[in-house]
Design a protein around this ligand. Structure first.
Ligand SMILES: Cc1cc2nc3c(=O)[nH]c(=O)nc-3n(C[C@H](O)[C@H](O)[C@H](O)COP(=O)(O)O)c2cc1C
Length: 181
């Protein structure tokens, strides 16, 4: 499939099929993420894949209780990925402070988008999850308290007919211009 068609086909999936995801497919998604560009090639990421059902259920209970219940649909996902934001290289961090830019977040975004597009290409659905109980995730996965988890990814097979309503996009001419603001 042409890349632009794949990009257009990817939609957030919030209802997954009760089917396991093959480890080799998960590895391909991780490999796609690994190839993402990053500021100064810092690669400030670490992926913790949770595909053990009992652990994944405990993770979802800890991540999506109380205030975060809106993302409880993740309980239907056979795989959850916790993306740990590691530190960029020292000079990149200094440069980021100088510029007021969180380069590591841009890097994480690129890696995660690579991950989800590879998943789509393999027939798998994903949903980026930014609203979750971070402390709960850390305690279930034994992640040190000083680490930062900015994003989770839900992953699994899905039925195209069960996708929710389309989330439209702003037209190109309202978000772009050539040669001047
Ligand atoms: C950084 C980020 C955080 C997100 N967090 C959530 C979330 O917590 N729960 C959720 O259901 N969707 C979440 N999403 C998915 C967006 O709602 C979705 O991408 C957007 O509405 C466009 O829809 P589409 O992905 O189907 O094209 C997140 C997406 C991004 C990029």
């Amino acid at each position: 499939m042409a890349l632009l068609d794949l990009i257009k086909q990817r939609k957030s999936v919030r209802d997954f099929r009760d089917a396991p995801v093959e480890r080799d497919k998960i590895m391909m998604c991780l490999e796609a993420a690994r190839q993402a560009p990053s500021a100064s090639n810092s690669q400030p990421w670490r992926f913790i894949v949770v595909d053990d059902k009992e652990l994944k259920d405990r993770l979802c209970d800890a991540a999506f209780g109380g205030l975060y219940f809106i993302n409880s649909f993740c309980k239907t996902a056979p795989v959850m990925v916790a993306v740990i934001s590691e530190k960029s290289k020292f000079l990149t961090r200094i440069g980021g402070m100088f510029r007021g830019t969180k380069y590591y977040l841009i890097d994480i975004g690129a890696a995660c988008e690579h991950f989800v597009l590879e998943a789509e290409d393999l027939g798998l659905g994903t949903c980026w999850i930014g609203w979750f109980n971070e402390g709960g995730v850390k305690s279930v996965l034994n992640i040190p308290r000083d680490k930062k988890i900015d994003i989770l990814i839900a992953l699994g097979y899905y039925d195209r007919e069960k996708l929710g309503p389309e989330h439209g996009r702003e037209p190109l001419d309202t978000i772009t211009s050539f040669n001047s603001y």
